[in-house]
Design a protein around this ligand. Sequence first.
Ligand code: IPM
Ligand code: MG
Length: 369
Amino acid sequence: MTNPSLLILPGDGIGPEVMTEVRKIIDWYGTRRDLPFDVTEDLVGGAAYDAHGTPLHDDTMAKAQAVDAVLLGAVGGPKYDTLDFSVKPERGLLRLRKEMDLFANLRPAQCFDALADFSSLKRDVVAGLDIMIVRELTSGVYFGEPRGIFEEGNERVGINTQRYTESEIDRVARSAFELAMRRNKKLCSMEKANVMESGVLWREVVDQVGKDYPEVALSHMYADAGAMQLCRWPKQFDVIVTDNLFGDLLSDAAAMLTGSLGMLPSASLGAPMENGRPKALYEPVHGSAPDIAGQGKANPIACILSFAMALRYSFDQGDEAARLEQAVEAVLAKGLRTADLLGEEGVAPVSTSEMGDAIVAALEASLQA
Ligand code: IPM
Ligand code: MG
């Protein structure tokens, strides 16, 4: 039997640093849990632009289509701000999402107990929080046509189009209902059916799909009210399903509930491949953080937890994913903090690599337990 294959795309900014720590975890699973992966590495984003003049080379795209899972660090940086839109680092990521057809983006927001005081919200509002946002990722205003900046009379007009087909809504809704079935059987769908036709259709199709999941308690909320409720009392939610743009905004808001953007992983899943595994890309929710890149300040946990999601959703290793999540929790409970998580008195930050090493040590300790 061949080993499962992973394509690693560290990308820009802190991407390479945090990915170095993930490589330690991957190696640990190979040697200590008999779970070896065939790992290849390639360029994406600004790094790919510097090497090839494009944020994603066709060869890299082909590799991504062929592997069992892709693990991505982060893309972007000020150096690329003035580039033409079509070759900006972000386009590399968007091309991967679109061409791999990764329509369901799972963004868990979980508040580790040790970090409940880091949230800008009160401890009792966020402690124990564990919600999952399912964001549609391959359509909506991110990809709808027409788009562009056009001349109209004597001025320019910027146009993007929000567009959803019934089948696009149907498939992401089904992913969300399936997740809800494995969690607390509670799903809230968010759109703006009060002002957008795409929202009206969204609500109709979600209701329709809901008939196949009678056990799931389905509710609907306008996305603006949803944003407010997420900040007021987030624990009322379990699974949230929403479109591409609202999901982008709501998941950043949800991220802050947990204390730091440096903690949040994500999985982007598509249809099953021939081997039964879903097409998949895993990445931290945070960006490339160019201001702290190369200084050993980055928090590798979001990227490490993204690998835990890969273990769970691509490789059917739920127990090993839980082992890794518990190792992270143990290290946080011991008081280890990267620079993004400071604030407690008398706590000195650990570096990116010290955090990675501590998590490997906690994994090792889990074998003795
Ligand atoms: C995200 C990011 C991306 C998005 C950018 C980097 C293209 O904000 O994954 O949330 O807008 O989808
Ligand atoms: Mg975003």
